[in-house]
Design a protein around this ligand. Structure first.
Ligand code: FES
Length: 595
């Protein structure tokens, strides 16, 4: 192997490119067969293949392996690192995990090989296309490369988010599920993250959409009814009836027809939440959480996508398990029966409460009842709070806070899987609260009572309840934050992680720094759907509690949950770091032959 250093400004010829540089002489290249040439800041690999001369970027587009170590056979260049193959004449790859090989146009004149080093195609345009390839074929490295470039071009991340959302709702036969929820949770977290972690968040979200869709048959969306055939209230009624009889196709047609007929975002949210609370705690809370996330996704991506996005919800909604079918909700106490009686009083209680002055302090009084009392007492306390003027959102906030407290006080003596049980209640309660903040409908208020019953059912997961941590006195918040990643490098650090968060907040450390650090720690690990949900809901709840003295509880809960699920192999983050190093032009492979 010979190496030739060429400077820009070699002899120019009739080709009009201003970026032609002399790379080598034809006899020299023919004698060597393959030459590495550094020209105008590029490391080029020149090949003489029969009558043809080719110049390509010497870094393999997959992971940067030097291509002069590859083999050319029958016009195909094979990189030996992961065996990606490239057509030398066009640069096109036969292996989608790699990428197109960058070629440089070549002119041979008077035995001089001249290479055109004009800048390649717009990298953003290219990565938009590659994002689609990565989603369709579930290739994490391709998605990481695309997320990095697209976030640089659009620092909000909305363009990449839209691409993932559109792909997931169009592609996945089972409709909205884990991947799209992960993507939306992480997109909600993006503004809170350190700028260096934002592309990693998008990459994790996009990658989960691709993975979740890869295992599914395709989806065939149902068109709306022809014309504007019915009023919105009637369509909403049909929608609930079709979900009731587990008919996802009928339900999808009614829902997308409502979109087509101009139903407002609030009316659409009411339709969905009504059907999601016609039965108790569907699919362990996931169904209503997915609906809430789909609505949040539309807030981010734009409601012009409503038909496409909301049309992905009825399959899961119609097929969900109803807790009327679960023994734990029926026996030894018939919680479903208690709830149905309480629902009969909801309307009247709400009307009575409307005549009173709002009493937001009722929220604090309710939390203890929800955590510690019997089911009938809890339901009556919620109804009474309504009668006394509590706003539905205050009620929901109290129940969500109680659910967060279960996690903050969760003892590690429980079975590991029990974390999920407490998490499901928390994310369900949070979704009901977000839904009520969007549209405080009486039907959705049933979800607050359901969430309260779920907190009640989880009571033995707090036996014994861990004491909330006492803050360490006289600590420097910044040094505590530096300790957090090291702490989460070890398993079983639930107690120390909770204590660190409590001490940090008590020492008046800025919450936004803590949230960014928790987000960074979350994104280091391999994706765990429930941990992502937990941290996102914890951040949201912390924000909503504002300056309340107990606003740290959700973050203590989130940090404990994250600590319980750390550490993992971190292999997914490693993929992202590889993409980042390639993007920065760093070498992953040190070639001893070519300095
Ligand atoms: S195939 Fe070339 S670096 Fe992987």
């Amino acid at each position: 192997m010979r190496e030739v250093i060429v400077n820009k400004g070699g002899p120019m010829n009739a080709v009009s490119s201003a970026r032609l540089v002399r790379a080598t002489s034809l006899p020299e290249l023919r004698a060597a067969g393959c030459l590495v040439v550094h020209a105008d800041g590029h490391s080029l690999c020149l090949f003489a293949d029969g009558d043809q001369v080719h110049a390509v970027d010497n870094r393999c587009p997959h992971m940067g392996f030097p291509l002069h170590r590859g083999t050319v056979c029958d016009g195909i260049l094979t990189c030996h690192w992961h065996h990606a193959r490239f057509d030398l004449a066009t640069g096109g790859t036969f292996d989608q995990f790699a990428d197109e090989l960058r070629r440089f146009p070549v002119v041979v004149e008077d035995n001089a090989v001249l290479v055109d080093v004009t800048a390649p195609e717009d990298p953003v345009k290219h990565q938009r296309r590659r994002l689609q390839d990565g989603l369709a074929r579930n290739i994490p490295l391709v998605l990481a490369k695309a997320a990095i470039v697209l976030l640089q071009a659009d620092s909000t991340g909305v363009e990449a988010f839209r691409a993932g959302l559109d792909f997931g709702v169009r592609r996945r036969g089972g409709g909205w599920f884990r991947g799209l929820t992960t993507l939306t949770c992480l997109m909600n977290l993006v503004p809170h993250l350190d700028p260096n972690d934002r592309a990693a968040a998008l990459y994790h979200g996009l990658s989960d959409v691709a993975q979740d869709s890869a295992e599914q048959p395709p989806r065939f969306a149902i068109a709306p009814l022809p014309g504007k055939t019915a009023d919105i209230a009637r369509l909403a009624g049909w929608f609930r009836e079709f979900v009731e009889v587990r008919d996802p196709e009928g339900a999808e047609r009614a829902l997308v027809s409502a979109v087509q007929s101009g139903a407002s975002p609030t009316a659409l949210a009411d339709m969905l939440f009504a059907a999601a609370t016609d039965h108790r705690y569907l699919d362990g809370g996931h169904t209503l959480d997915f609906i809430n996330k789909a609505l949040e996704a539309l807030d981010i991506a734009g409601w012009e996508r409503a038909e496409l996005v909301l049309g992905s919800l009825p399959v899961q909604l119609a097929r969900a398990q109803r807790m009327e079918e679960a023994n734990s909700w029926r026996s030894p106490v018939d919680l479903v029966g208690l709830l149905e009686r309480a629902f009969e009083d909801l309307g009247r209680a709400h009307e009575q409460g409307a005549a009173h002055q709002p009493r937001p302090e009722l929220r604090g009084e309710l939390v203890d009842t929800v955590l510690n009392d019997q089911a009938e007492v809890i339901l009556e306390a919620l109804l009474q709070a309504l009668r006394e003027g509590a706003h539905p959102v205050d009620l929901a906030s109290a129940v969500t806070f109680a659910a967060a407290t279960r996690i903050a006080r969760f003892p590690t003596s429980n079975e590991f899987g029990d974390w999920d049980t407490a998490l499901h209640t928390f994310t369900f309660a949070n979704a009901v609260e977000q839904g009520l903040r969007r549209s405080p409908s009486l039907l959705l208020l049933r979800g607050v009572l359901d969430a309260a019953m779920s907190v009640h059912l989880d009571r033995f997961l707090n036996v014994p309840a861990k004491r909330l941590p006492h803050p360490e006195p006289h600590v420097d918040p910044e040094s505590l934050l530096k300790r957090l990643p090291r702490l989460l490098d070890r398993q079983q650090q639930v107690g120390p992680a909770r204590a660190l968060v409590a001490s940090y907040l008590a020492a008046n450390g800025p919450p936004e720094w803590l949230i960014a650090s928790l987000g960074g720690a979350l994104l280091r690990e391999n994706r765990n759907f429930h941990t992502i949900q937990c941290v996102e809901a914890a951040v949201r709840q912390h924000e909503l509690l504002g300056a309340a003295p107990d606003a740290g509880i959700p973050l203590i809960a989130g940090a404990g949950y994250l600590a319980a699920h750390s550490t993992t192999t971190r292999s997914q983050r490693q993929t992202f770091e590889i993409a980042l190093r390639l993007h920065r032009g760093e070498k992953l492979y040190e070639d001893e032959d070519v300095a």
